[in-house]
Design a protein around this ligand. Sequence first.
Ligand code: NAD
Ligand code: TYD
Length: 356
Amino acid sequence: MTLLVTGGAGFIGSNFVLDWLAAPETRGEPVVDLDALTYAGNLANLASLQGDARHVFVQGEIGDRALVDRLLATHRPRAIVHFAAESHVDRSIHGPGAFIETNVEGTFTLLEAARAYWAKLEGDAKSAFRFLHVSTDEVYGSLAPGAPAFTEDHPYEPNSPYAASKAASDHLVRAWHHTYGLPVVTTNCSNNYGPYQFPEKLIPLMIVNALAGKPLPVYGDGMQVRDWLYVGDHCAAIRTVLARGRLGETYNIGGWNEKPNREIVQTLCALLDELRPDPAGPYARLVRSVADRPGHDRRYAIDARKIERELGWRPAETFASGIRKTVRWYLDHTDWTAQVQSGAYRDWVATNYAAR
Ligand code: NAD
Ligand code: TYD
């Protein structure tokens, strides 16, 4: 028994691999980890697995059909858990091409390889096989204030190139089930936060900027609302859906925790004031309003009742407990943040923030 994980050196993928190999219910089932190591992939996330025979890391593209075929033939996985993607909305605005390439064409190639592999399986191996596609709530578009949260039946209305590319990949996965019978299940999750998140996303960006005494750039009026989920809870939800999710279904995953960006930034400043006070004054002095993101979605909210009702999953962390753990992690891992803030990272910061 083996899992093929794609994107297992990224933020959520690496948390998933570490949790998978540690979770009692998975009994140490090995993982083959296919990751292209783009700017967002980092082997340092998996350093604690060095020398662990249960983790086989392969650097490569999900769009490399020959490589994926070879990995499937060699390792005979019982499931594919597909995280690999370009994942940052702002980058998709500056350069959408990579999002089409990886999220749409890459997912297509992976589905085709999975279909060919699955077609040749027999008996229990065939009926047990799963393709779990990890997606986002951003495919549903933006909610008006007070509108009901996204259910699995909400129409797809993606607004950013990132969201459109993930929506396209969700549709491909759905079609491969309906047309070819591929045993798929899709998860649509809200905004994650936690250890190993690349400091281009809101929460780690605010932490690393605050610690460096740099401005904390809040887009527009900062009243855009997201639902926030601790990454360990997302990983537990994925393990649950992999074990018991119904074929062809989608499951929304969320934290029951809607908050406007300004409140997130204020919470981070207050935690840093407590845990690492700055002699120069409260961190909130660094908050700046900057030009808004084009097409910025106003509100996401997840109705996560289906996964709770059918599969019994609910988040274990509250926002208060998860965000405190996260801030502590970044304070204890300044070597990690220093390492990922390479020249390429500085180029990105200049591209995204210089003109705001
Ligand atoms: P990430 O950007 O941190 O990591 C993506 C990983 O995929 C990186 O390790 C990267 O090297 C790898 N990758 C990129 N292109 C590849 C390719 N062509 N072939 C192989 N590997 C490739 O992303 P993340 O935040 O960990 O998100 C993982 C998945 O979860 C994505 O599919 C994303 O859409 C989804 N998701 C993310 C969030 C969130 O809040 N971060 C929320 C819901 C869903
Ligand atoms: P982000 O972490 O990029 O996730 P997503 O766009 O996928 O929700 O952004 C979360 C929210 O924070 C989003 O409304 C945009 C906002 N934001 C800022 O205000 N400033 C920033 O520098 C960044 C990166 C995001």
